[in-house]
Design a binder for this molecule. Sequence first.
Ligand code: NDP
Length: 310
Amino acid sequence: MAILCRLHRAYGDALIREIRAALPEEEVREWPAEAGDPDEIEICAVNRMEPGFLAPFRNLKLISATGAGIDHFVADPGFPRHIPLVRIVDPDFAARMADYVLCWVLFHHREVAAFLAAQREGRWAYRLMRSAHEVAVGVMGLGQMGEVAAARLAAQGYRVLGWARSRRDIAGVRCFAGAGERESFLGETEILVNLLPLTPETRGILDARCFAAMRRGGVVISAGRGAHLVERDLIAALDAGQLRAATLDVFEREPLPQGHPFWTHPGVFVTPHVSTTATLGAIVGGFAENVRRFRRGEPLVNQADPMRGY
Ligand code: NDP
């Protein structure tokens, strides 16, 4: 029985080569050229897939996401929810996300866009700057990404609030829990960082109601999933001054289509889904560890819960 890998092409051939090197005792096939007989596939490592992709593999016993998110698996009505699904959890993966979040929080707090614009006009635009402790940053989602980002912001001196489903305890972060405490969390937040997973409860969570609950002149930084954001509500909130800026790394449609208003809106800063990437070592190490555990009949690590959605 074989392993089938459908991998992110950004790593070129290095990823499949490293997986083969890490699992010399396994037959590792690369999709699509080497897929072969679907009945011979017992383990699948998948980056992205269209609905129904896994359906032909009737003998599948382990599925591995080669990233952190599992939303595209769970969104597939035919996804086999009874088969264990593992994902990538890695300290460096989270640390890179914390770099992105800190970079953009500093960018907005220190009003870098205004200074760049003033320089383009040859204008000496002196203004008073605030201390980090005067800026309230709210982090939605306190999992592998959110916890490290929130802790980094706290270490930088920001007033950090966090929101998750369950009550979390993170040094330097005031934590809120559940839908009942969302409004209080938003009400104190000036810069909102979205690091939630995409589930039925969180789809469209960055909407007009969310922006209205935030302090006026707030900022949104979203690196979760594009479908968290109601795009027209963001534009309306920016145009009305309820928000002063947004940094977006993820979009409903990727690549962001030509002509999309986000490309040119003065309050929107676009990055092309680059906030973090897992290293080859993190992807290969995590996957190989789970394959070995699976073969030995041991408990898997970094297992996601398709019923919960993350
Ligand atoms: P985790 O599954 O580790 O953490 C999810 C967090 O969100 C948990 O704290 C969880 O609460 C909380 N949460 C889930 N549902 C709700 C809800 N309904 N209300 C409130 N809180 C909720 O996710 P990761 O940290 O690994 O990933 C976070 C996001 O980042 C995902 O969307 C992922 O796809 C995205 N991502 C984006 C990348 C990019 O390049 N842009 C790269 C990697 C990840 P609790 O703690 O109570 O369970």
